[in-house]
Design a protein around this ligand. Sequence first.
Ligand SMILES: [Zn+2]
Length: 396
Amino acid sequence: MDSSVYVFVEDLLGEGVERVLDRISGYGVTGVTVGAVHHASRDVTPHGLSRLTLRHDGAHFIPPPELFDGLRLTPVPGVPDAFDGLREACANRSMKLHGWTVFLRNATLGAEHPDVTVRDCFGDRGSLTDLCPAHPDVRDYAVALARAVARLGVDSVVAESLHFRPLKPQRSFVPLGPMDAYLFGLCFCEHCMRRATDLGVHAEVARDECARIVGAVFDGDPPAQGEVTRAALTAYAGPDVVAYARARSETVTTLVSEVASAVAAEGSKLVFIDSTGAVKGYTDGLPTPGLAAHDAWQLGVDLVALGDLVPAFGVLAYARDAARVADDVGAYLRSVGKDREVRAVLRPGHPDSDSTDRLVAKARGARAAGALAVDFYAYGLVPYAVLDRIPAALSS
Ligand SMILES: [Zn+2]
C-alpha cells in the first residue's frame, strides 16, 4: 500500500537526511511528505536536535525568480538548501518524495501586506496569519508557489491551507458558540464581497447581520447553542448569511483549479488537504459529530466540485475511533468520486492512538473504506517508540 511519513525540514537538518530516510524506509513506508513551505510554530520534538523546535514561516528552497517576476507576494526565505539531494536520496531507496506546501497561512506575509489578509464583519483585520483566497495578489502567489514546489521534482504537491481558515483567537473570555465563532470568522474584504455580489448574494446585508449577531453576544446576549449546519445557520443568521458563506466555495474552487492545473503543467500532481478534520479532532482525537466531508463547505471547500478538478485528496483522520476514520474516508470518497485517490492521514500517537493495535485498526478501517494510501503525521513530533508502530499498521 502507498504510504508516507510527514517530515519537517528541521528533522532532516537535525538527524541527517540519510538517517531519517533509512528509518522511514525501514518501516516499509514508500514515501516522505516533506515540508517545503511551512508556517511558524513552536513544537515539542522528542528526538530532535532541540527538544523544543521554533519554526519560522518559510519556503525551504530557492524559488525560481521568473515565477515570481512582477508579483507583489513572494515566498518568505527559509532553509535554502533543504531539498538539495533529497530527491536522489529518496530515489536510491525507491521512495516517493512529496512536497508539503502551506499556502495561505503565513503571518510574515500577512504582516508585510495586511491588505491581503482576511477582514471580519466589523471591518477589522485581526487575523494577519490568514491570507484571503479571494485577493488577486494572493491567488497569483499561490499559483506561482505551487509551480515552484512542483519544480523541485516532487511526485506530488500536497496543499495545506488552500482555502478559508476558521477563526482561532488565542484568548476569548466571551462564550462564543460555534455559530457565533463561524460568523465572526467570515471574511468580508472587498474581494470576497465583490465575488459574492457577482453571484447575486446580498453581501452587505450578510455582513451587517453577522456584525449584529456577534456584536450582541459581545454585549452580553447568550451565545448560540449547537454545531454549525446549514439549517441551524439559516435559522440563526438568515438566508443572506448562508448564501454568503456558500458563495465562498466559488472563490476556493477556482483557486484550487488554477493551482492543480499549474502543478500538472509542471509534471506533478496536486494532493488537496482541507483542514476540516483537524478543526474537528486536532485537540483530543474526539471529533465533533458531523463527518469532515459534510462540513468542509464551511471553509469554502466544495468537495463535489473539486473532485472533477483535483486528482488526489488527503483526509485528516484525526480521531481515536477506527470506525470514525472509516466513516470519514468513505464520506470523502462519496463526495470527490470513487475513482479519486484518497489518502488517510493518521496520527500514530497522542492524542489519537494509544497503542499499536489502535493504529492498526485505523489503518485497516481506512483501507477497507477505500483509502489508497495511509500517511503518518509526523516524524519529528512523536517519539521513536510511536513511529515503531508504523510497520504493523502497514502490514495489517
Ligand atoms: Zn476576503
